[in-house]
Design a protein around this ligand. Structure first.
Ligand SMILES: Nc1ncnc2c1ncn2[C@@H]1O[C@H](COP(=O)(O)OP(=O)(O)OP(=O)(O)O)[C@@H](O)[C@H]1O
Ligand SMILES: O=c1[nH]c(=O)c2[nH+]cn([C@@H]3O[C@H](COP(=O)(O)O)[C@@H](O)[C@H]3O)c2[nH]1
Ligand SMILES: NC(=O)CC[C@H](N)C(=O)O
Ligand SMILES: [Mg+2]
Length: 545
């Protein structure tokens, strides 16, 4: 969105914003999601952020949960200046312990045992000014809540009143007597706390008085204006476009913003699915008028992956090789444009990075665990991260997949493209457990093609979030046509998921699954067995590596 002078504004300058300080909980992002679903804009920053560095004014602040104990010498602590800003504050779990600990370290102690899972919360009407009862307003006298903690409040902090308790937590909800500062021991952001969203609404809307005016449609317009302002009217942009919904939305935004100064490039990394590159090129051209250049990097990628078995090494090799090829392409684009009206330096590199890629790759702050390095985040070479070489632009970095799809719909992206299952940048390489060889890639391609075609024919493609065939490079014995075979094991994976942070195995019809297995063993040479992976995430992940 532009102001009268046409200058781009960041969302927190336009929308009333709640600041979420992240202490590293695995569910912090759900707080942000929950507020956005209420049309309240929320921005998450690491718990180490200094109040003085904030260039905007939050309507309220939430301290998230986190894995540390406030009692540890190395535990993260909030800049006390945030507590002096005069805006409402809500501490959740670790965040609540942090508020209590700041007042007096003895207020918090290790519990007798871990409290993990459902519990019933009793809500009190406390004496005091109006604000003390506003957090639980309309929630009745009790509610189901989800707990996940070890430490707990053993004393009521000075100047606070108790507004809720449970069987094992005497101070499960507290409110300051005179200031709008609250703490709760349970997690309102998870679906296991059914009325948690009402509590967060009470905090954001009633207590912080944040207007519920965050809208996706404004985001489209705003993203386009921001791109124009960043890029200016000379520079050119090279965009990494895979045919997945994320980068397709990015390509569409850039095309709308800067027309043909945007150059969409797909890298054939040798580990794409059957006919994928050609199909993507046709689809983008036909439906969106996006002219896609394909760089053939298959041999280079497969050579660099030779002999590599360690999953994180594979990801880093792929991330690095992607950038090498993009940088070479950028030079070619500059040369080709030299004597045209488009002449200008290729300064920027656009990617469809989403919020979950960021959370899972970088530990968002040093206090949360790195799960795996996404090729487009942690796999980037240092020169991209420190501003040398191409400069990164990632317009979807704050969004989740379902938000991007809603966004895609508004941008006129056809349904079948918008609903495509995600396909990871490192492609089939992270679906082969062990060394990637051309022979193994060919086997996975064929098996995957059979699997996905049969899923489509059965009309169940949109019932699952993602499906693929992978390969276990161990071999097993089988018997085919009276002969002994010693072949690879295909692993089929299909999951349901809302945001890809958690997932459940898809409940296949067993006859269909057997039919799929039969076809794969019969039609794909080198395969002796087919298995179906029924692991949830967590403890599994969606990809094999
Ligand atoms: N083969 C590729 N060629 C060019 N860019 C790619 C390729 N694979 C991935 N990328 C880049 O990496 C980003 C992250 O990949 P990711 O798979 O998460 O997103 P996507 O492909 O756009 O969408 P989806 O998650 O639906 O597959 C992409 O948005 C794109 O910018
Ligand atoms: O572009 C990507 N580059 C990667 O390195 C990468 N690793 C996982 N994924 C996708 O992320 C989602 C979650 O996957 P996991 O449960 O395996 O972490 C799933 O949708 C995965 O396909 C990736 N996408
Ligand atoms: N979920 C949390 O925030 C847990 C807080 C703290 N680590 C505890 O165990 O009590
Ligand atoms: Mg993809």
């Amino acid at each position: 969105m532009a102001d009268v002078t046409g200058k781009a504004q960041a969302p927190h300058e336009i929308f009333d914003t709640i600041l979420l300080l992240d202490f590293g909980s695995q569910t912090s992002h759900l707080i942000l999601r929950c507020l956005r679903s209420l049309n309240v804009f929320c921005e998450m920053l690491p718990c180490t952020t200094k109040a003085a560095d904030l260039t905007w004014s939050p309507k309220g602040i939430i301290f998230s949960g986190g894995p540390a104990s406030v009692k540890d010498a190395t535990a993260p602590h909030v800049d006390p200046a945030f507590l002096e800003l005069g805006v409402p504050i809500l501490g959740i779990c670790y965040g609540c312990q942090e508020i209590a600990w700041r007042i007096n370290a003895e207020n918090v102690a290790p519990g007798e045992e871990k409290e993990y899972g459902h519990t019933d919360l009793n809500i009190f009407q406390a004496d005091g000014p109006e604000h003390v009862n506003q957090l639980f307003a309309g929630l009745g006298e009790s509610m189901h809540v989800y707990m996940s903690h070890f430490d707990k409040l053993v004393r009521l902090p000075q100047d606070f009143v108790t507004i809720a308790n449970t069987k094992s937590s005497e101070f499960a909800g507290i409110a300051h007597r005179t200031k709008p500062i609250y703490g709760i021991q349970f997690h309102p952001e998870v679906s296991h706390t059914p009325r948690g969203v009402d509590l967060l609404k009470n905090f954001a809307v009633t207590i912080c008085k944040a207007r519920q005016h965050w809208k996706m449609s404004d985001f489209v317009e705003q993203a386009i204006t921001r791109i124009r302002n960043i890029v200016g009217d000379k520079a050119q942009v090279i965009g990494a476009v895979s045919g997945g919904v994320d980068s397709t939305v990015v390509a569409r935004l850039f095309t709308l913003a800067i027309g043909d100064r945007f150059h969409a490039v797909l890298v054939d990394n040798g580990v794409m699915r059957l006919n994928e590159c050609q199909e993507v090129q046709n689809m983008l051209q036909e439906h969106l008028g996006i002219n896609l250049t394909i760089i053939d990097g298959a041999k280079l990628f497969l050579d660099r992956l030779k002999g590599v078995t360690e999953p994180e090494t594979k990801r880093k090799i792929i991330g690095g090789t992607f950038i090498d090829l993009f940088e070479e392409e950028a030079i070619k684009i500059e040369k080709a444009a030299e004597n045209t009206p488009n002449a200008g330096k290729v300064e920027y590199f656009a990617q469809g990075t989403l919020y979950p890629d960021v959370i899972e790759s970088l530990s968002f702050n040093q206090f949360s665990a790195t799960i795996k390095t996404h090729h487009n985040v942690g796999g980037l070479p240092a020169r991209m991260m420190n501003g040398q070489g191409l400069k990164l632009i990632e317009p979807l970095r704050e969004l989740f997949k379902d938000e991007v799809r809603a966004f895609g719909k508004q941008l006129g992206i056809p349904e079948n493209l918008n609903m495509r299952h995600p396909f990871p940048g490192p492609g089939i390489a992270i679906r082969i457990i062990g060394e990637v060889t051309p022979e193994r890639v060919a086997i996975v391609r064929k098996a995957d093609h059979i699997f996905i075609s049969m899923i489509r024919e059965a009309g169940i493609y949109n019932e699952m979030a993602q499906a693929y065939a992978g390969l276990d490079t161990n071999r097993a014995v089988g018997v085919q046509g009276d002969a002994r075979v010693y072949g690879y094991i295909i692993i089929l994976r299909a999951v349901t998921s809302v945001n890809f942070m958690t997932a459940e195995p898809y409940a296949f019809d067993f006859e269909l699954l057997k039919h799929i297995s039969r076809r794969i063993v019969n039609e794909v040479d080198g395969v002796s067995r087919v298995t179906y992976d029924i692991t949830s995430k967590p403890p599994g992940t969606i990809e094999l590596e």
